[in-house]
Design a protein around this ligand. Sequence first.
Ligand code: SF4
Ligand code: SF4
Length: 335
Amino acid sequence: MELKLLSTSDIAVFVDGLLKAGKVVVAPVLKQSGKVFFKPVQSFAEVATDYIQTAFSAKEVVFPKVEELFTYQHNEDGSLDIKDQLDRIPETVVWGLRPCDAAGFDYLNQFFLKENPDVYFKARYDKTTLVTVSCSKCDESCFCTSVDSHPGDTKGSDILLTAMDGKCYVEVITDNGLALINSAKELFTSTDTLSKEAFLAKPATHFSMDEIKDKIQYAYASAEWKHASMGCYSCGACAFACPTCTCFDIQDEGTQDHGKRVRCWDACGMSQFTKHASGHNPRNTQTERRRQRLMHKFKYSVENLGVVSCVGCGRCIRVCPSHLNIFENILSVMN
Ligand code: SF4
Ligand code: SF4
């Protein structure tokens, strides 16, 4: 890892330079609603810098809400044309995501590429560089320190920026990150000292993953799941806001002669997700669906991929119309 310094006044010069070089820059933008969302920007002037967390994560860059996988066309001579858009995916920089979200990308990487690599995800991921910003503040929904992370964590990032004492410290973690820095070498100087702990936010730690790994083995039959799901509308907002939820649905749109195949976000908390064509639904109640979502995050993904698939970003807590709280639910089923 290399450590560099960037003058805070040169941050805008750096980002605008990336845009001039033809990269797509996706960054936090303040909307009229007062909430901050990741959007492609045309200039650093559009980028929000004073926010705790964006309403939705940036996972859409590598796992779009609705993704055209390919188009198909039966020709009169009996041949079939199948075309995808993989060679048109642009080089993209995600700017200003939080360390929890970068850890979310790390999980997505494991999920989509570890077994049966997904070519669509890989094509996007390989063209994406993540520039993360350490957190100096947090709110009561943040709990990254409960899930093996922290507000200055470098996991999943290509570059981590920590702006303090009038300087911006730049931790260059990957070759992708180094290539980005080298595209504007003149803006960066080398340094070898960084002590960021005093600057970082101090989110409350509600549990440790060591505790969870043991106790969650016995959680499946807990009567507390009923309370943990009470009031859940099955709206799916928690899953759509989440940086690590990966449920999807594949649909063909068109006729048997021509059309397209699309992949769309879905959510295991929605009642239709596991419904069979026969009408039978193996997860017929919201209690079973809420349990599945939380057990997947804290038990099944740990068993299957070796990583907890909740990064403690708190979005599902902030967005839930019923004020369901994932860390309170996990604590209640374990105790
Ligand atoms: S956001 Fe809340 S109400 Fe909606 S599905 Fe998630 S837990 Fe249920
Ligand atoms: S489950 Fe909730 S807190 Fe955990 S990563 Fe997803 S949105 Fe964030």
